[in-house]
Design a protein around this ligand. Structure first.
Ligand SMILES: Nc1ncnc2c1ncn2[C@@H]1O[C@H](COP(=O)(O)OP(=O)(O)OP(=O)(O)O)[C@@H](O)[C@H]1O
Length: 253
């Protein structure tokens, strides 16, 4: 079986325009994600997590190496095609929700379908389904500024999954949430993963990572280590992740 996402020998070097100094953010990343997996990516600040996510999201290009999504090399996605490609195949959830304040919740969620020119009568059943599964039916006519952070993030998740993307990419999705709301969001992620949604989530939080099925640790631009949940409970997996993070941070090179 081929993986849904395959990353081979990915390297990213940033060239500082001012100083001319080259920074190697990713040196040789190798990873595979199967359809239906829920993978968290951890690593200390500056280890290259956002760089990796941006490349997977087709928002940035690698210096070398390959990313294959569902058998397609992202190199073959042209600049012109990129926005439509992202809409059709990927969903995004960010730390700061990124909702449009002048649009109602309903219109925010429908936006990717509107941009894909779907007919309204096809959209509405999808809206209904996604709103029900995230428990946000009562919020549809409100505006984002009328919602709590947790509610806004649920709306952002609804917008990300309404297109039924092959892959949901999340960058610090619990970063702006308090611990209670963060738990609720993590439940939502577990629930949509159980329904078949593949998720790759970058996070600083060991608690968030402990809800995934697998955790990758990045250090020095490489996948340094990985842990599988297997039969572990959330608490057991959390302890193992926390120990690994401590070891990772204490091992200076
Ligand atoms: N646009 C850029 N130009 C130059 N250097 C960059 C750029 N973006 C990131 N970097 C550098 O690349 C390295 C990796 O950064 P990246 O943001 O991917 O790390 P991160 O693991 O996501 O960090 P954090 O957890 O703090 O968000 C860092 O050394 C950073 O300073």
């Amino acid at each position: 079986m081929t993986a849904l996402l395959e990353v081979n020998n990915l390297k990213k070097i940033y060239q500082s325009r001012r100083s001319g100094v080259a920074i190697e953010a990713l040196s040789d990343i190798q990873l595979e994600v199967e359809a239906g997996e829920y993978v968290a990516i951890m690593g200390e600040s500056g280890s290259g997590k956002s760089t990796l996510l941006n490349i997977l999201a087709t928002l940035d290009k690698p210096t070398s190496g390959q990313v294959m999504l569902d058998g397609r090399d992202l190199k073959t996605v042209s600049e012109k095609e990129a926005a439509a490609f992202r809409r059709q195949h990927l969903g995004f959830v960010f730390q700061d929700f990124n909702l449009l304040d002048t649009f109602s919740v309903k219109d925010n969620i429908l936006l990717p379908l509107v941009l894909s020119r779907m007919a309204l009568k096809e959209m509405l059943p999808l809206l209904d389904q996604v709103a029900k599964s995230l428990g946000i039916q009562a919020l549809l006519e409100k505006f984002p500024y009328e919602l709590s952070g947790g509610q806004q993030q649920r709306v952002a998740v609804a917008r990300a999954i309404i297109t039924k993307p092959e892959l949901l990419l999340a960058d610090e999705p619990t970063g702006a949430l308090d611990s209670h709301t963060s738990d609720q969001l993590l439940e939502v992620f577990q629930q949509i993963n159980q329904q078949g949604q593949t998720i790759v989530m970058v996070t600083h939080s060991s608690i968030a990572a402990s809800r995934a099925k697998r955790v990758l640790f990045i250090k020095d631009g490489l996948v340094f280590h990985q842990l599988y949940r297997g039969e572990m409970t959330n608490q057991q997996f959390l302890e193992m992740i926390a120990e690994t993070m401590t070891a990772l941070l204490s091992k200076e090179d």
